[in-house]
Design a protein around this ligand. Sequence first.
Ligand SMILES: Nc1nc2c(c(=O)[nH]1)N[C@H]1C(S)=C(S)[C@@H](COP(=O)(O)O)O[C@H]1N2
Ligand SMILES: [Mo]
Length: 321
Amino acid sequence: MLIRRKKSWEIREVLATPEAVFLDRRRFLAGTGAAAGLIASAPLRSALGAQDGDPSAGLYPVKRNPAYTLERPVTPEQINSTYNNFYEFGSYKQISKAAQSLVIRPWEVRIDGEVEKELTLGIDELLARMPLEERLYRLRCVEAWSMTIPWSGFAFKALVDLARPLSAARYVRMETFYNPKMARGQRQSWYPWPYVEGVTMAEATNDLAFLVTGAYGKPAAKQYGAPLRLALPWKYGFKSIKSIVRFTFTSKRPVNFWQQVAGREYGFWANVNPEVPHPRWSQATERVLGTNERIPTRLFNGYGEQVADMYAGMKGEKLYM
Ligand SMILES: Nc1nc2c(c(=O)[nH]1)N[C@H]1C(S)=C(S)[C@@H](COP(=O)(O)O)O[C@H]1N2
Ligand SMILES: [Mo]
């Protein structure tokens, strides 16, 4: 699947890092003399961005990692940015407007639990320390729709290395912000806020596990889970927790948000498998957003080569819900 072959559809990938962004920036730099080396100064960075003053705007676009490309066109940004699951802002797809009330600076990320030294750092400090790159990933929601997204971010493994976990750490538990004043969905008190997710250490350090900070060659839009969100393309979308504020390394398997809401329908592993239906619908096919296509779903969402080994011999685990 990740074998590189040039095909006619590849031209559409330019949506990922729009050439216009590069060109505009170069023109801007030429016009201000910034090309002479001022590029790293903070005020200039935000001036470059046109991303509502997001201080990280100057970091994008980042270089695409050619190991992560796909034989499917990128979902248009217009479609992706207006069809989202982000229950903190409402339990329906059209939350993009409401999500603009998410305040993403200051944003602190806490790393704690079974680590050599617990630590809290600001998102911009984290961004400065992590090796940013762009990857094209599929996203397959448990609701049987899918997209292809040009994410920017860094390998989860880089954060694990920063955290220096102890041998007692077997899982990473992640938590979204909790602020019902800011996020109106969190006033729906029957949900077990904050949103929680978890992965094993093997999953967190798998090459495919990616922490997202940007999309479409820019800082991530708020509705995607800015400023820090997970992408686990071989699992159903609900594992890809948004707007993370905390990583806890732990010996105990976390119980995630959807397990707490409906444990009969959603589990810890949530690996994509067309042959294991959801209790209320089939997972055999998926609707490709932005097209009229319905295509067959693939085991591990097509990423089996990179991830299947992690689950070999796990008898008795519900790996596909
Ligand atoms: N905090 C939080 N993270 C979340 C969700 C959510 O409601 N809250 N929804 C999940 C689900 S079900 C999916 S399919 C993806 C959707 O990501 P997208 O809106 O960027 O496509 O985010 C996941 N992460
Ligand atoms: Mo989802």
